[in-house]
Ligand binder design. Structure first.
Ligand code: C2E
Ligand code: MG
Ligand code: MG
Length: 584
């Protein structure tokens, strides 16, 4: 950096065509003695070095100096008199510059008339003082070298700061820069609004147009954000995530931002792209840290994204409570897994023609350490998000295999259905571990059915196809769970070669209630017939539903009317199973 500056100066001297415009470094002179100001001005007015010249600002006491510093963030060097209105006025000012104003970059040279008033070494070290000189020591040459060393040190720090605090693609702040700017803004005592912006469809845009054009898109978005009224600062936090700190109140901030972003489409390779985004909004407070405010905005943004594209959510305290509960629940789920608090219940599945039990679906249950039953709808999702589902899923499989091995042995056509979450299915070790666990149990793979939700089975990736083919090859059958709630493509469904379609219970529910409910079930049945798959209706609660399903030719059924999920002990006593195990 220093070398670069020197080279620049030399080159311009050699070529000597046009003297390049000198850049300005601001020097603040703080002294209660008017003569010092006059002399400094005279000495330093024409000083040039490394392509820079000095611009001088003057203050005559520490109050004045503080006010100037507060206004002007670009002051590079301070020549500071120690003894002014009090013996240590200068030292006190140093502390306020570093601590209150949080200004780390500015270089400080202390001057004193009386050698006896030297600050302790501790102050020099703790408050990053560049130099300490008595006024008599500071001859013209000494002053120059002192200033130049300080200037270079300032420029280096500025460069480091750019690296540490700025985003190189857009020139905006990065996360550190944002937090820093928020801390400075907070010192002013005002309340600000922080908006986190997540661009919709950016990854699609990146895939379609390539990195270079996508980068241009981001740069244009950055330019627009810089134009938002009441802006304090803008940062880019991740690929397509920006943050905007503004003085506008929450109620107004969204409108100002969206107006600016969507005024007109951004053109990429001649194609117009509407700019749409999700927003998470939080406000700063005197008693919470910038990073906390940022995490609030993240919470709100996450909610917004879960709701859909183009959404806005403003943070509220209830979200913290929800998060705290989630964290608590997660830690107790972790303990639950360790202390074997999870168990499995079994819900019988029936052949609707013969009324015989043909298998069971294994369903996970968890009673936490306080004795509370937590719904699988809650803890399965939590386990998925927290990366515990792989472990949990295997545990359920192991327990179910152990529990049902005797039944499977006695009834070779008895089926054990196990749910597999899409997150678990995508785990790289899924296949090996599942096949290994089944082999170890001694239960023939032909008797195992894996229930995958429609969306998991339909992700169209080569990896999914390979895994499904491997399961098929091992003899494991596949059921598409909650069928009708996803977006199946008929062609892919055919290719998938699943064995069973499970009609989601929301359709079974509507079966006898509405024409449309009836038609959906009819369609799924026709589809199953065409693709030679079994169709199993979930959630049968009423006799009328059962009658209708039978009449329509639905193969199998499951639901509270027929049997509720039950622990192993109850399953072994369950009459329909008893009857098959020891027919009379
Ligand atoms: P699912 O696989 O669709 O399971 C069927 C759910 O419907 C079960 O809820 C079952 O108790 C419930 N159910 C059965 N018959 C009726 C009925 O007649 N009426 C009503 N209203 N509900 C009925 P559960 O046990 O609460 O499980 C909810 C979901 O949690 C399951 O939906 C499944 O997606 C997930 N899940 C449960 N255990 C596991 C597991 O071991 N692994 C994974 N990955 N997911 C699991
Ligand atoms: Mg299921
Ligand atoms: Mg289901």
């Amino acid at each position: 950096m220093q070398d670069e500056l020197f080279q620049f100066a030399e080159e311009s001297a050699n070529t000597a065509i046009v003297k390049p415009e000198l850049q300005v470094l601001k020097l603040l002179i703080v002294d209660d003695d008017q003569d010092v100001h006059n002399v400094s001005e005279l000495l330093l007015r024409d000083l040039e070095f490394d392509g820079y010249r000095l611009q001088m600002l003057h203050a005559y006491n520490s109050q004045e100096a503080f006010a100037i510093l507060q206004q002007d963030e670009e002051i590079a060097i301070i020549l500071l008199d120690v003894v002014m209105e009090s013996d240590d006025a200068g030292l006190k000012l140093v502390k306020r510059i570093r601590d209150t104003l949080n200004r780390r970059k500015v270089r400080i040279i202390l001057r004193t008339g009386q050698p006896g008033y030297a600050p302790e070494l501790e102050t020099i070290v703790n408050y990053d003082i560049n130099d300490y000189k008595t006024k008599t020591e500071l001859t013209r040459e000494r002053l120059f070298t002192c200033l130049m060393a300080a200037a270079r040190s300032y420029l280096q720090l500025a460069q480091l700061e750019r690296l540490a605090f700025d985003d190189h693609l857009t020139g905006l702040h990065n996360r550190n820069g944002l937090l820093n700017a928020m801390a400075i803004a907070a010192a002013g005592g005002k309340i600000h609004t922080l908006q986190l912006i997540d661009l919709d469809h950016f990854s699609v845009l990146n895939d379609t147009f390539g990195n270079e054009l996508a980068d241009q898109y981001l740069q244009q978005v950055a330019q627009r954000l810089l134009q938002v009224p009441s802006l304090v600062t803008v940062a880019r936090l991740a690929a397509d995530k920006f943050a905007l700190l503004s003085e506008a109140p929450v109620s107004l901030s969204e409108q100002l931002l969206r107006q600016q972003l969507s005024q007109r489409a951004i053109e990429l390779a001649g194609v117009k792209q509407e700019v749409s985004c999700c927003l998470g909004i939080a406000t700063t407070h005197a008693d919470i840290s910038p990073s906390e405010t940022l995490s609030h905005a993240y919470m709100a943004l996450k909610k917004a994204k879960q709701t859909g594209i183009g959404q806005t959510v403003v943070f509220n305290e209830a979200m913290i409570e929800a998060l705290r509960q989630r964290v608590d629940l997660l830690s107790s789920l972790n303990k639950g897994l360790e202390h074997d608090q999870l168990y499995v219940v079994y819900q019988p599945q029936f052949d609707l023609n013969t009324g015989q039990i043909v298998g069971v679906e294994a369903l996970a249950r968890w009673v936490d350490e306080t004795g509370r039953h937590v719904s699988p709808a809650i803890f399965i999702e939590l386990a998925e998000q927290a990366g515990l589902i792989h472990r949990l899923g295997l545990l359920v499989l192991q327990k179910a295999l152990r529990d049902c091995a005797p039944i499977c042995q006695a009834l070779p056509d008895f089926r054990l259905a196990v749910n597999v979450s899409s997150v678990q299915f995508k785990h790289p070790d899924f296949l090996d571990l599942v096949l290994h666990t089944i082999a170890e149990s001694g239960v023939p793979a032909q008797q195992i059915e894996i229930e995958l939700t429609e969306s998991a089975a339909m992700d169209f990736s080569a990896e999914t196809e390979q895994k499904l083919a491997a399961l098929r090859a091992a003899g494991i059958t596949l059921a598409i769970d909650d069928f009708g709630t996803g977006f199946s493509s008929l062609a892919y469904l055919e290719q998938l070669q699943a064995n069973c379609l499970k009609i989601d219970r929301s359709f079974t529910n509507k079966l006898t209630e509405s024409e449309s409910g009836l038609r959906i079930v009819q369609t799924i049945l026709a589809l199953g017939q065409r693709l030679k798959m079994r169709v199993l209706a979930e959630g049968i609660e009423y006799q009328s539903q059962l009658n209708e399903l039978k009449a329509m030719g639905c193969d199998e059924g499951q639901g509270y009317l027929l049997a509720k999920p039950m622990p192993l002990s109850a399953l072994l006593q369950f009459p329909a199973l008893q009857q098959r195990l020891s027919p009379t």
